[in-house]
Each structure stands twice: as C-alpha cells, then as structure tokens.
Design a protein around this ligand. Structure first.
Ligand code: ATP
Length: 320
C-alpha cells in the first residue's frame, strides 16, 4: 500500500531520515516506534507530503506520490495528531464534516456519516453542536479521529494521537482504534514513543533510531528475537517478560476441558493482568469465562512460565 524506497530527508544539512526503505501492507496496522528525534514524525509526514522527501521515492497504491497532486493525496489519507488541530470556531459536526464537504457529498450523506462516526467512537450526540473548547481532552481526541476517518480514507496516519491523555482514556481509545481497525480493515500508520501502546496496537512495529530502521516485525518477534543490543535495551530487559505476557490473552492460554470453582477471570484479560490476579489471589489456577460468562477452561500459572511464541491476533501456544 505504501512503499519507501531509499528515502532521505535533510534538515539544515543533517539527515533526519536516512536511506529508509519500508513497506506498509494493505490493511496493516503499522506503528513507527522510537526515541525522541529518531525520525518517526518526519517519516509519517512524508507519506502525505506535509514534508517532501529529498532523495528516494515513496509510492502509494503503486503510484509515486511526487507525481500526485498533494491535495488529492491528502484527501485519500486521514490525518490525526496529538494537538488535534480542530478548527476552534466550527462546531464538532462541522469539524468532522470538513473533508466530505470538500469532496462535495450531499447534506444527507454527510449527516449520516457524522452519525455513524459518533456511534463508532462512542461520542454523545449532545456534543454535535458544541465547539472544541467545550469538550474534554478525550472527547477532542475522539473528534479528531472521527474527522480523520470521515471520508473513509484509504489510509489513516496518526502522530502520537493519544499522547496528551490520561492512562485510562488512552487505554479506552487504543481499544477503540483496534475495533475500528478490525471493522474497517483500513491501513493505519501510527507514530508513538510509548512501547506498551505499540505492543498493544501493532501488527507490524517499525523501530527507528537516528533516522534509520533498527528492526521491524510483529511485536512478539521484536520481543523474542531482538536483532541487537539496542532493541533489547529499548524494550527494557527486565520488563521483557511482562511485556510478552501483555500480548497474550487468558482465553487463548486456558486449558480446555478443565473447570474449577471460584471467581472466574474474563477471557479477554491479558496474561499480564492474569499474572497480577494470580499474585493478589495467591493461587496458581484461575477459571476463565467468555464474554457471556460461559466457562472456557482453567489458566495455570505454570503455563505462563512455559509460553513460547506469542501472538496477539493468532492466540497463544503454550508448551506442554
Ligand atoms: N522542520 C524541521 N526543521 C529542522 N529540523 C527538524 C524539523 N523537523 C524535524 N527536525 C529534526 O529532525 C529529527 C527527526 O525529527 P522527528 O520529529 O521526525 O523525530 P520523532 O522521532 O518524531 O521525534 P518526537 O518523538 O520527539 O516527535 C530531529 O533531530 C528534529 O530536530
């Protein structure tokens, strides 16, 4: 869907992005991760030509973006940023409708789409006529995401979209993004420096340092097969284990066909959260139920120690 081929960008003679080659597959949730100044935002902004590459080529759906009109290109891509960038003198409704109106959609179609996005992002209809300053930070972020999604863009570009939020709102919005991604199958490229956010959201993590890609792959690959010391240190040696656990779910790791009386845990709980339950309840076995409270099986503490290849989407395979 998006291809970088030997792309370099200089600022004042210094390369912010160096000879970068990268492919973002259609429908993939890719996360650009790295320390401050590693070139993540520059990479993202080159995709919609907010920043022009100096060398190399970027292609979108097979076509060189240099050959495309920047405005046309941007209308095919939603863009959401940390500072949100809502128009302060426009109502929420008008803000969300910006691109559909530019595209000449009919009034009925625009208002239907706004309704749809409100329900997708769990926003209260009362907010439609309000102005951005009359919303909480979390509501503003949701409206920012709704605006980026409004014209059903082929690609969604997000630059630290949840950066300024408290951990609870941030977690809720991350779950919304996963749901939207599952429902819409859109290609998403998100920039963050938050390791846990990247591990939660990404199909594909692109870890950058000093304008270059150090390693890219599935979250579990970066954790279990770090390419070098930088990757190992970046993910924090001491926290590697619990981060790996955060990729698995209790429902996938539970032993089927077993049952146990007692307060069950939900199948959707991550293994990291389950670990916490094992410790606070001082037990080594926990019954697991699905979202209809039906028994699934029993999660064994020992199985957490024997986890092999973990994968958030495909479930967890336990050894033994
Ligand atoms: N407009 C600009 N003019 C000059 N230098 C810039 C400009 N934009 C970025 N840079 C420099 O390019 C490098 C990469 O910046 P970039 O914003 O891409 O990094 P980042 O990984 O997104 O960082 P952060 O997480 O802090 O946003 C940095 O050294 C930065 O100072």
């Amino acid at each position: 869907m998006i291809q970088f081929d030997g792309v370099t960008k200089y600022f004042a003679g210094k390369a912010a992005v160096k000879n970068l080659s990268l492919t973002v597959g259609k429908g993939e949730f890719s996360v650009l991760l790295g320390t401050s100044g590693s070139g993540k935002s520059t990479t993202l902004k080159m995709i919609n030509r907010l920043i022009e590459a100096d060398e190399g080529e970027i292609r979108f759906a097979g076509e060189a973006i240099r050959q495309m009109e920047a405005r046309t290109l941007r209308r095919r891509m939603g863009y959401a940023i940390q500072s949100i960038g809502l128009f302060p003198h426009w109502t929420v409704e008008k803000n969300i409708a910006t691109v559909p109106v530019l595209l000449g959609w009919s009034k009925v179609r625009v208002s239907e789409r706004v309704e749809e996005l409100f329900s997708l992002l769990s926003l209260d209809r009362q907010l439609l006529k309000r102005y951005p300053h009359q919303l909480s930070g979390g509501q503003q972020q949701r409206v920012g995401v709704a605006r980026a999604l409004a014209a059903d863009p082929e690609v969604l570009l997000m630059d630290e979209p949840f950066g300024a939020l408290d951990p609870v709102t941030r977690g809720a919005l991350q779950q919304e993004m996963l749901r939207i991604h599952r429902l819409s199958g859109r290609t998403i490229v998100l920039v963050t420096h938050d390791i846990d956010e990247a591990l939660t959201l990404a199909d594909n993590i692109v870890l950058m340092d000093e304008g270059e890609i150090v390693q890219q792959g599935k979250p579990a690959e970066l954790l279990t097969q770090p390419k070098n010391e930088f990757v190992r240190n970046f993910f924090g040696r001491s926290e590697m284990g619990v981060r790996l656990l955060a990729l698995g779910q209790a429902g996938n790791a539970a032993r089927r066909g077993e049952w146990l009386e007692g307060e069950p845990i939900a199948a959707a709980l991550t293994l990291r959260e389950a670990l916490s339950q094992f410790i606070t309840r001082r037990t080594d076995k926990l019954p697991v139920v699905d979202d209809r409270q039906q028994p699934i099986g029993v999660l064994h503490f020992n199985d957490l120690l024997n986890l092999r290849e973990l994968n958030l989407r495909e479930g967890v395979q336990c050894a033994g």
